[in-house]
Design a binder for this molecule. Structure first.
Ligand code: NAI
Length: 707
């Protein structure tokens, strides 16, 4: 049984507590049970209040059952499912007695919609609480009345922000938005609940004054016809800009909310159910669900060799190098509750690192994600040094100095002389051999590659690079640290470029070859943004820095051969001093308006009559990545296609609606990809396109990466 009830005086308490499960989820069975209890409670005489609670720690109700959503293949079934949930929540909303959702944990999706159908919602200050309607992240929209009830409760502008942006609110944000009525401390919650109940017990309808009427600009937007026109206009623009036609759910949710904003309940819910049914069968929805499962699995991943081990507790980290990455690493360590001792060669460099950490916190304060006093407390966890003082009691060392083997080895040797015996040693190198670097330690088993992506506070992926010497305990400790930083790990064998940079650089280099053949920067970049990449390869190059990219390309050529030989254009523009954004120009001129840099292309146009088309550009860049990913599987850099997909989704922004690079390859058909690569390979200088043995083997067996 997942839902039970008890009578306490004149109160009925319905509690969600799914057996043998960590979270409460609204499956069809659970909803039926809930419906039965509602009917039962309604008929018990003397019940004057209904409370809805959860028996799970930190969870109210996590949402609808994603497996059930995934299984729906016919629109009408989706619509029916939505209708069924709506009817139950209508029953709850229509109860003649006050109903209160007591939220002391995550209330997302269907869980939030259930709470919205209650007359009141109270919550605790529990920092694990997230309240919101993130359905568009899975390619659907709230289907149990959320698009109808939320705007009526918090106002249309906030409701659009929450639903279209898949925003999950903290308890404080929810109170401010009017989504919850009161916040109480977790301790003594039951007494607070009883107090609240006393307050509302004899109120007919909803107690007035609980939701503060918004004043000023927010009030104008919510309570005024002209305000509504403005809000919908802005929201429509922003949603179209953000989704670029790739994600139908936010746009559909927007249109639905605009149409049903003033509609009566029956009509609005009917349209919501229909829209849910339309979306739930789309390929985008199914792909986004696959991505959700995949990333959830990797977040919790623990290899068998680590299962019986106890991870080392990390309280303090020594971070060596206070540059772009070191500052970001210190920031995220302190944000995650650890102390960071930041070491560089000069106080100026240390100060820069501290400043960049402070800047990230300041932005969070500006966006009201962090209180100013919390920023001060967190910044105090970072301290600076130029001489390893304070390294005597670190649990972990993370190196982020310049990409130079000799310098990296030297700093590890220096640190190892001071730190305690079981210290975890991590290097943030982009492409240097971790195996070679580990030779700087007397015990190389304690070294692991810990490859963050830039910017550290935003990018969710960490590649853990293992060498033949890395011990299971080191891997276990590193995985635990990743988890504390709330990042997602993939485990990658030490090899040139590891996984993500190897595939990404193959793609960027192909863009260079296309440019060399005469396709313009805008055409090539647009081919990829039209595919769904967050930015084109040349803009990415400018963001990362030409110097950094070229260095990695040279290492890849050294380790993996001719196919990584940099297209000449990269060296040409590097020599001109065009390093990208940091030098003001690269493939683009980075002024107030960004334009393709005309100084890059002259002299590169060889054959204007046979320019590669946008389609060819896309196929050459994407299929080159697929070929390189297949080589990574062949070389056992990673064990399975899912790891490649997680790496590319979280490390490069590969479009989630395509479900991942290799899932996309399967959707294109491996046979088709091999044939296209063979065609490219048959052209002059086309050897780099030769499909690898792994791909040819899949083709000959009629298989895909996942099948
Ligand atoms: P950076 O040039 O911004 O910072 C390097 C810092 O190391 C400088 O502050 C320098 O003074 C310091 N340093 C040099 N020798 C030192 C020593 N002996 N002791 C202490 N500090 C020393 O470089 P960035 O971009 O932060 O890169 C650092 C590492 O992270 C490199 O290995 C890079 O390949 C890697 N990486 C960089 C990414 C990026 O996008 N910038 C992304 C992922 C990894």
């Amino acid at each position: 049984m997942a839902v039970s009830y008890r009578i306490d005086g004149d109160m009925a308490v319905i509690e969600f507590n799914q057996e043998d499960a960590k979270v409460n989820v609204l499956t069809a069975d659970v909803l039926r049970e809930f419906q039965d209890l509602l009917t039962k409670v309604q008929n018990i005489s003397g019940v004057k209040i209904l409370l809805i609670t959860s028996g799970k720690k930190d969870i109210f109700i996590a949402g609808a059952d994603i497996k059930e959503i995934e299984g729906i293949t016919v629109s009408a079934d989706g619509e029916k499912k939505s209708r069924a949930g709506q009817e139950i929540f209508n029953l709850l909303e229509d109860l003649p007695i006050p109903t209160v959702a007591v939220i002391d944990g995550v209330a997302l999706g269907g869980g939030c919609e259930l709470a919205l159908a209650c007359r009141y919602r109270i919550a605790t200050f529990n920092e694990k609480i997230k309240i919101g309607l993130p359905e568009v992240n899975l390619g659907v929209l709230p289907g149990f009345g959320g698009t109808y009830r939320l705007p009526r409760l918090v106002g249309i502008s906030k409701a659009l922000e929450i639903i279209l942006g898949a925003r999950a609110l903290s308890p404080e944000e929810a109170l401010k938005a009017g989504l919850v009525d009161r916040l109480y401390p977790q301790t003594g919650l039951w007494n607070s609940v009883l107090q609240f109940v006393d307050e509302i017990r004899d109120v007919k309808g909803r107690k007035p004054g609980l939701t503060r009427k918004k004043k000023g600009w927010p009030g104008f937007l919510d309570y005024n016809f002209v305000g509504h026109v403005f809000v919908f206009d802005q929201a429509g623009k922003s949603v179209r800009e953000r989704t670029k036609g790739f994600y139908p759910a936010p746009l559909k949710a927007f249109e639905l909310m605009r149409e049903t904003f003033n509609a009566p309940r029956a009509k609005a819910l009917g349209m919501e159910a229909k829209a849910f049914g339309d979306l739930v069968v789309t390929k985008t929805c199914k792909n986004l669900i696959k991505v959700f499962y995949l990333t959830e699995r990797y977040k919790k991943f623990l290899p068998p060799e680590c299962a019986a081990l106890q991870p080392k507790a990390v309280k303090k980290c020594g971070v060596i190098g206070a540059g772009v990455m070191g500052g970001g690493i210190a920031q995220i360590l302190s944000q995650s509750g650890m102390n960071a001792r930041l070491k560089d060669v000069s106080y100026e460099a240390v100060a820069k690192g501290l400043q960049s950490a402070a800047k990230i916190f300041e932005q969070a304060v500006k966006r009201k994600k962090l209180k100013p006093h919390a920023m001060t407390a967190t910044m105090l966890k970072i301290s600076g040094t130029v001489d390893y003082s304070g390294f005597q009691n670190v649990d972990c060392v993370i190196e982020a100095v310049v990409e130079n083997m000799a310098v990296k080895k030297k700093v590890f040797e220096e640190a190892a002389r001071l730190v305690p015996p079981k210290t975890l040693f991590c290097t943030n190198t982009s492409a240097l051999s971790v195996t070679e670097m580990a030779k700087s330690l007397s015990d190389p088993s304690r070294m692991i590659g810990f490859h963050f992506f830039n910017p550290v506070h935003r990018m969710p992926l960490i590649e853990l690079i293992t060498t033949p010497a890395t011990s299971a305990q080191t891997l276990c400790d590193a995985l635990n640290l990743v988890k504390r930083l709330r990042k997602t790990p993939i485990i990658v064998k030490d090899s040139p470029g590891f996984l993500v940079n190897r595939i990404l650089l193959a793609y960027i280099n192909e863009a260079g070859h296309l440019l060399q053949e005469g396709a313009g920067i805008p055409l090539i970049d647009k081919a990829m943004t039209d595919f769904g990449m967050p930015m084109g390869p040349f803009l990415l190059c400018d963001e990362v820095g030409l110097d950094v990219g070229l260095k990695v390309l040279h290492l890849l050529e050294e380790g993996l051969g001719e196919r990584f030989k940099a297209a000449p254009v990269f060296a040409q523009i590097f020599q001109k001093g065009f390093l990208g954004k940091k030098s003001g120009q690269g493939f683009y001129k980075h002024g107030r308006i960004k334009v393709a840099n005309p100084a890059v292309t002259p002299g590169l146009l060889h054959d204007k009559t046979a320019l590669p088309s946008a389609r060819e550009c896309r196929e050459r860049m994407i299929f080159t990545m697929v070929n390189e990913a297949a080589r990574c599987l062949e070389d056992r850099v990673v064990d399975d296609p899912a790891t490649v997909d997680v790496g590319m989704l979280l490390g490069t922004g590969f479009p989630p609606f395509r479900a991942g690079l290799l899932r996309y390859a399967d959707q294109c058909g491996v046979e088709n990809i091999v044939e296209t690569l063979n065609l490219f390979a048959s052209r002059p200088a086309g050897a780099r396109f030769e499909p690898c043995a792994y791909l040819n083997d899949l083709k000959s067996r009629g298989k895909g990466f996942y099948t």
